[in-house]
Design a protein around this ligand. Structure first.
Ligand SMILES: *[C@@H]1O[C@H](CO)[C@@H](O)[C@H](O)[C@H]1NC(C)=O
Ligand SMILES: *[C@@H]1O[C@H](CO)[C@@H](O)[C@H](O)[C@H]1NC(C)=O
Ligand SMILES: *[C@@H]1O[C@H](CO)[C@@H](O)[C@H](O)[C@H]1NC(C)=O
Length: 190
């Protein structure tokens, strides 16, 4: 029965122009994102932007990383970003709603972050849309310092599907920004 279904599906797929393209499959948001998966520190591995004006600042982010911290409460997550040669850092209050990360209104950040599909189990692909719901950038993070060639290739296809500029790949030999996790900072303040 299942085999019949597969054959029918393949036939339908080969005649139907409405069949999902490789792009559609790669651009799906992650389903059922678990906060536990997000928690911790992630290194920026590659990034792609829509506006050439943002390319230079992206290229100076070899040492960038992000940290998610919280207490299993997806409405109260702290999101810390370390970036630039001087390793500036900023912590935001965010909440997780499905595959979307929303900034607290008080943060005055008018971006929507969505976690997209990735076949790499210790990676995050984050899509940043501006206020008019237009994509600004697509970033690849990993628990590792660099991704495997096939993982990078999948990400490159995602960026191409979104009509972004070709990705900049970060230099994995540059030391990652150091800093405490937001969790530790909070504990010290307490
Ligand atoms: C968070 O949830 C996981 C299981 O879902 C549990 O093992 C862990 O102890 C919880 N952590 C806190 C801080 O509540
Ligand atoms: C975000 O939007 C609000 C209201 O629409 C506006 O007041 C604020 O200046 C915007 N912030 C940024 C960083 O664009
Ligand atoms: C969002 O991005 C698009 C495309 O880059 C741009 O045309 C638009 O002005 C941006 N909207 C805001 C509110 O920044």
């Amino acid at each position: 029965m299942f085999a019949v279904y597969i054959i029918v599906f393949i036939c339908w797929k080969s005649v139907s122009h409405a069949a999902p393209s490789a792009c559609e499959n790669l651009l799906h948001p992650v389903e059922q994102l678990d906060f536990h998966h997000l928690e911790g520190s992630w290194a920026l591995v590659a990034g792609s932007v829509s506006d050439p004006a943002h390319l230079e600042s992206l290229k100076s982010r070899d040492s960038a990383r992000i940290i998610f911290a919280g207490n299993n409460d997806t409405s109260k997550i702290s999101f810390t970003v370390y970036y630039g040669g001087e390793c500036h850092h900023k912590t935001y209050s965010v909440s997780l709603d499905g595959s979307t990360l929303n900034f607290d209104e008080r943060e005055q950040v008018n971006l929507t972050l969505t976690f997209l599909f990735t076949s790499c189990s210790d990676c995050l692909v984050m899509r940043f849309d501006n206020e008019s719901k237009k994509i600004e950038r697509l970033l690849l993070f990993s628990k590792r310092r660099a991704a495997e060639p096939e993982e990078l290739e999948e990400y490159r296809v995602q960026a191409r599907c979104l009509n972004l500029l070709p990705p900049a790949v970060m230099d994995p030999t540059k030391e990652l920004c150091q800093g405490q996790s937001a969790q530790t900072e909070r504990e010290q303040q307490a």
